[in-house]
Design a protein around this ligand. Structure first.
Ligand SMILES: [Fe+2]
Length: 141
């Protein structure tokens, strides 16, 4: 697939842990692309394991991001948490539809998550990066 997810420097938000986890998330999404695109049909257990790994890691990353935000006193934490929860609810709904036999759903889920991630990183996570950078600049003054 030529639209295979690839992490790019333009997605860096300047917080090491967040950037590392975003890269990891891109790798998992890319692996889902590869596996589901290459095998036709992909064994159901493989699909299920891939989707579960994707959602697990997404949830883990969201909660670590929220912890960092709480620790930094980030004023937009609650709104940001709302975006995370909304995405997880949508993704779990898609996972359920995959589990009841919608064969297109796992691929759709990985596309959806990839698009969401890119937008979310560029709009929302970046703002948090800027907040942290501004604060550390302030404390150096
Ligand atoms: Fe986020």
């Amino acid at each position: 697939m030529d639209d295979r997810p690839r992490f790019d420097a333009k997605y860096l938000v300047g917080i090491q842990q967040v950037d590392r986890e975003h890269q990891q998330l891109f790798e998992i999404v890319a692996r889902v692309y590869d596996n589901l695109g290459a095998n036709d049909p992909t064994p159901e257990a493989v699909t299920r394991a891939l989707v579960a790994e994707l959602l697990d890691y997404t949830a883990t990353h969201f909660s670590s991001e929220e912890h960092l935000m709480a620790a930094a006193g980030y004023p937009e934490l609650e709104a940001h948490r709302g975006q995370h929860q909304h995405l997880l609810a949508q993704a779990r709904d898609m996972e359920m539809r995959a589990a009841i036999g919608d064969r297109h759903m796992p691929v759709e889920l990985s596309h959806f998550l990839y698009r969401w991630l890119v937008e979310h990183i560029e709009a929302s996570d970046r703002k948090f990066g800027e907040f942290v950078a501004a604060r550390s600049a302030e404390s150096r003054r």
